[in-house]
Design a protein around this ligand. Structure first.
Ligand code: HEM
Length: 448
């Protein structure tokens, strides 16, 4: 009996290996041997936080289509990019995104895979993210910048070392606080991680993102046992923090009397026709802004600072462009976002820095749409999970040229046609389709 069982298991395992290696629909796609057998290598690299290098190296080694797990291919290809991430794309998000929804009993528009429901969810909040809405809030962004500069100046004058990674993080959390809840989150004022909101949010993103490919996904960390042992899982603590803010606003206890994103969310129409808007729907949307907007924008700012400080000539040219503008416009107050749009070099430095180090580097997973897709001679059947990593796409030499890895703001200034072409392939904000970043305007106003 024991012999028979081990024989059956051996035969099953051999058949399983032979299928994955030779007969699977993705068998002909190149990639590391281990990835043809298991997805654990990719998941390990996600956890290891080296994916930004791994995925670029994989494409350099294996070409535009790489099998990164038995059932998953990574792509960098101009045609595929348009099919997956531009307007009118029929490609749906995969169940990897469920990892962001597990603790919430209502649809979340970041992770919703049904295109109709996603469209309705996105439409009801899109006005709050439009450029005209964000520009109405610009004075609150500026007030955060004033606090930031004032504090940094004081530390600099006292000869202290300033950790700009920390300051950009505090700054962007305060900005999203101003815009979402009508008040800064006290990060810069106290120079601490007040309420542990940054730590909780970072930990939530780390676990949810990395557990997305695993069975049970983020339930490994968002469950009653973890909550009991740890006074709340990261997601539960983060939601509870947002929930408290929503309830305080509803009960008039938060002291805010101005229009902000939360007031927009409280006026949203519920999705079901004869239902009342539930508090949890408002919590989800508010959490989206803080969760998806603060960390990403801080990373964008760090990318810009990194390249400016690494390149003294860029620093000098930028300084001159800004100084000249102040003189020619006889500007007495801080430059506004719309005025920064008249500074081509500044815009190109930001575009180039965030191209090379985009804030999100994981695979933006989609199912291949009906009819399948041909990429670089490989046929990918309909339904196959495929994805592009913004960093791999943004360093694709076929689009960006042999100098794709070089920081070259001038590439955006060569001629307007070339710059429009490059922007149409820029994946920093997830492409240009219906699932691209809704917070891009806020990110730009904060960074510029
Ligand atoms: C530099 C800053 C930012 C970058 C680089 C960035 C990048 C991205 C990317 C790549 C996606 C696509 C994700 C995917 O397909 O899996 C995305 C989606 C999204 N972003 Fe951003 N983001 C930034 C700032 C923000 C801000 C400030 C907010 C909120 C105020 C925000 C809210 C969202 C939301 C809600 C989605 C989901 C959109 C949907 O599925 O329809 N992001 N972002």
């Amino acid at each position: 009996m024991t012999v028979n069982l081990s024989l059956v298991l051996t035969l099953w395992f051999t058949g399983f290996l032979v299928y994955r290696l030779f007969f699977h629909p993705l068998a002909g796609i190149p990639g590391p041997f281990i990835c043809k057998i298991t997805g654990l290598w990719r998941t390990y690299r996600y956890f290891n936080m080296t994916w930004h290098d791994d995925i670029v190296n994989l494409h350099r080694a294996y070409g535009p289509v790489v099998r990164i797990a038995p059932n998953e291919a990574s792509i960098v290809d101009a045609g595929a990019q348009k099919k997956l991430y531009s307007h009118g794309s029929k490609a749906r998000k995969t169940s990897w995104y469920d990892t962001w929804s597990t603790s919430v009993p209502v649809p979340v528009f970041f992770s919703e895979t049904d295109t109709k429901i996603h469209g309705a969810l996105r439409r009801r909040v899109s006005a709050a993210f439009s450029m005209s809405s964000i520009l109405k809030y610009e004075k609150y962004v500026q007030s955060c910048l004033d606090v930031c500069y004032g504090k940094i100046r004081k530390h600099a004058e006292a000869g202290r070392i300033i950790d700009m990674s920390e300051w950009t993080h505090m700054l962007t959390f305060d900005i999203v606080g101003e815009l979402t809840f009508g008040q800064a989150l006290g990060q810069m004022e106290t120079e601490t991680d007040l309420d542990d909101v940054r730590k909780t949010n970072t930990s939530d993103i780390y676990w949810a993102g990395n557990l997305g490919h695993m069975w049970l996904q983020s339930r490994w960390v968002n469950n009653l046992v973890v909550e009991w042992l740890n006074a709340g899982s990261p997601a539960a603590r983060f939601s509870a923090w947002v929930f408290e803010k929503v309830i305080m606003r509803k009960e008039g206890r938060d002291g805010s009397d101005r229009e902000d994103m939360l007031s927009h969310f409280l006026k949203m129409k519920p999705l079901g026709t004869n239902k009342a808007l539930e508090d949890i729907e408002v919590v989800v949307e508010s959490a989206n802004v803080v969760g998806a907007g603060a960390d990403t924008t801080a990373i964008g700012m760090r990318s810009c600072l990194y390249f400016i400080l690494q390149n003294p000539s860029v620093y000098q040219r930028l300084q001159k462009e800004i100084d000249d503008y102040y003189v020619s416009a006889n500007l007495q107050q801080p430059i506004s976002f719309q005025q920064t749009q008249e500074l081509p070099y500044l815009k190109s430095v930001i575009a180039e820095a965030t191209r090379l180090y985009p804030s999100i580097v994981y695979q933006l997973l989609r199912h291949v749409p009906d009819g399948g897709m041909e990429v670089n001679g490989h046929f990918l059947p309909a339904g196959t999970p495929v994805g592009m990593s913004p960093i791999a796409a943004n360093r694709d030499k076929a689009i960006w040229g042999e100098d794709a890895d070089v920081f070259l703001p001038e590439r955006w200034l060569e001629d307007p046609e070339r710059s429009t072409y490059l922007e149409s392939y820029n994946m920093t904000y997830g492409g240009h389709g219906s699932r691209a970043c809704i917070g891009r305007n806020l990110a730009l106003v904060s960074t510029d």
